[in-house]
Design a protein around this ligand. Structure first.
Ligand SMILES: [Mg+2]
Length: 228
């Protein structure tokens, strides 16, 4: 089997000159730089399978869920919208580009300290819709508690003017606690206050999974980094 694959790779690249050939690698993953180039194109392009239009589509679905939930809620019911922050409410594209898709903690922390996050316009409009519909907003972020003041200042400067609660990760959280355990644990506290979490929006599946899940969960695109 392996011999046949090598032969195929050899044959595929036999040149017109007849005597030269490149033996390619079978099963080699896509080149890292080419992936980065594709991501950069994806982030900026405007066709329907690009970042901006995909983001708009997900936000439209989320907004429809929110409006429908608000319109059909019983009198006196407390409704909640859960939002993640990074790449959901605020974009860190500037630092992602600066670090060429690498994660450099010092740069990331400097970005937080300088309030460099930019509102993602679709999520900001969803936030405003929640305010209009009387749905309370709960931010749940994996940022550490030490970044609370900077995070609040950045959110407010970008138009997220009021919310019910902002959860950040406590310094003494269990070291083996997963993102899913942390975020679903924060949702437990919201439910215990008598809220129906009608919608949860995040850019990672770990923002959305775990018990209790929201009645509707919407994943935003983010192929730029992964948080399990
Ligand atoms: Mg995020």
């Amino acid at each position: 089997m392996m011999r046949r694959l090598v032969l195929m790779a050899l044959l595929c690249c036999w040149t017109a000159q007849g005597q030269q050939a490149v033996v390619t690698v079978v099963g080699e993953p896509e080149n890292l730089q080419l992936v980065k180039d594709r991501l950069t194109t994806y982030q900026a392009c405007l066709q329907e399978n690009c970042y901006g239009p995909q983001m708009d589509r997900q936000i439209k679905l989320a907004t429809d869920f929110l409006k429908q939930s608000a319109a059909t809620a019983k009198y006196g019911e407390k409704l909640a919208l859960v939002l993640d922050i990074d790449e959901t409410s605020l974009s860190n594209w500037a630092v992602e580009q600066k670090d060429d898709y690498g994660y450099i903690p010092a740069d990331s922390n400097a970005c937080v300290a300088q309030h460099c996050g930019k509102a993602l316009p679709g999520t900001l409009s969803l936030f405003k819709e929640a305010e209009k519909d009387g749905v309370k907003v709960f931010f749940i972020t994996g940022r550490p508690e030490t970044q609370r003041a900077d995070t609040e200042a950045n959110l407010k400067a970008e138009g997220y003017d009021a919310w019910e609660h902002l959860s950040l990760r406590a310094a003494d959280h269990p070291k083996d606690q997963s993102v899913i355990e942390y975020k679903s644990g924060e949702r437990v506290l919201i439910v215990k206050q008598g809220y129906r979490i009608v919608l949860n929006v995040g850019d990672q599946m770990s923002d959305l999974l775990g018990d209790p899940m929201a009645e509707h969960s919407v994943k935003l695109p983010n192929p730029f980094y992964f948080l399990p």
